[in-house]
Write a new protein. Structure first.
Length: 368
């Protein structure tokens, strides 16, 4: 094989692929990326058997062939070169020779025939969506997924269809985030009911972040695929049932609060200095005064009380929450004002943006 490409372009693509590689002592080739040249095209492949990635980029000229090399070695070499240099690469005697200006690297190859085949999803159904909107939807919920894999069905992001909308949901059983996306002319199939592992969702966000253009999403029984003109990523699906969370979303509330997002963010930053390891934060809701009193205490640091002006209707309440959970959801809300709706101190608090019905967030209070 033989090809030439700008250093910055090749370095970026190798960086995308290298992050997908795996560490498997019984299958060392998983630590490699596969470089394959066809007629004026370079294809870079990587997989850890959970996620598979293919990247295509055009070449001015090339000679066909393929090599499997350790992605981190090539990536580190390219990362330390001066910007703008042209890379000349060729395979010789089981090595990849990479030349850039005054530098020449000889990188040992692994058997290309040992590299796993990245599955191509035979689509049973699918839809198209702007890549930026889809990544934004994932970002709006992914932080709520469980970090523990004891229950894999919640160490995930759940995708389903409701009233023609694409629903993205994640929960760790202490909080839950739901984002609703309207695809417009592109219909969401009614049979959409998929659970994607959290770590794979993070790869989808990383690979397609800042991408402009349409993304095709297709799936079969075991795999989901995300494709653009030059990127193709597959992920395995979780065979399980996501919790029926809709039955716990409150419909009626005893207290409703509207508060400035900026002021709430700044107050939570201050109170976080004094929280304990569980981020326990006491909220006292005072409707007559139009105030939310926020108290935190840490035996090793001290204590803090902050009073936040708000528009409040309904009953007065005292409750304890994990303030980190509230803080993390605010970046998913674009509205200037935040709505907090409360049923009781032991029921989920519903958080949303004023005038925005596309996102809701549930926080379970901490039992005293």
């Amino acid at each position: 094989m033989k090809f030439s490409l700008k250093k910055d372009n090749l370095g970026y693509l190798v960086g995308l692929a290298e992050r997908v590689t795996g560490k498997n002592l019984s299958l060392p080739v998983l630590s490699a990326i596969l470089l394959e040249t066809t007629d004026k095209k370079l294809i870079i492949k990587a997989t850890n058997l959970e996620v598979g990635l293919e990247i295509e980029t055009p070449l001015i000229s090339s000679e066909p062939g393929r090599v499997a090399i350790t992605g981190s070695v090539l990536g580190n070499f390219l990362g330390n070169l001066s910007g703008g240099e042209k890379i000349e690469a060729s395979e010789e005697n089981g090595n990849l020779i990479v030349m850039a200006g005054k530098n020449q690297a000889t990188i040992k190859c692994q058997p290309a025939d040992d590299f796993p085949i990245i599955p191509r999803v035979a689509p049973e159904a699918g839809f198209e969506i702007d890549a930026g909107r889809f990544v934004g939807g994932l970002r709006a919920v992914v932080y709520s997924a469980s970090l523990s894999t004891i229950k894999p069905e919640i160490a995930s992001v759940y995708l389903y269809q409701n009233d023609g909308k694409l629903m993205l949901v994640a929960t760790d059983s202490f909080r839950l985030a739901e984002k609703k996306l309207d695809l417009g002319a592109s219909e969401v199939p009614e049979n959409l009911n998929l659970i994607i592992p959290l770590k794979n969702v993070l790869e989808v966000i990383r690979v397609f972040d800042n991408l402009v253009g349409e993304m095709k999403v297709n799936w079969d029984k075991n795999q989901i695929a995300f494709a653009t003109d030059n990127l193709y990523l597959t992920s395995r699906l979780i065979d399980g049932v996501f919790p029926d969370y809709r039955q716990i979303v409150p419909k009626d509330f005893n207290t409703e609060i509207s508060v400035s997002k900026t002021e709430l963010l700044n107050t939570l930053k201050i109170t976080a200095i004094f929280t304990d390891k569980l981020n326990q934060t006491n909220l006292t809701i005072l409707p007559k005064e139009g105030v939310i009193e926020i108290k935190t205490h840490n035996d090793s640091v001290g204590a803090n009380t902050s009073k936040l002006s708000a528009t409040i209707s309904g009953e007065a309440f005292e409750l304890v929450i994990n303030s980190k959970y509230l803080f993390e959801c605010l970046n998913s809300i674009n509205s200037e004002n935040i709505n907090l709706r409360i049923v009781a101190p032991n029921k989920p608090i519903v958080v949303s943006g004023a005038g925005d019905q596309s996102f809701i967030y549930l926080i379970m209070p901490i039992n005293r």
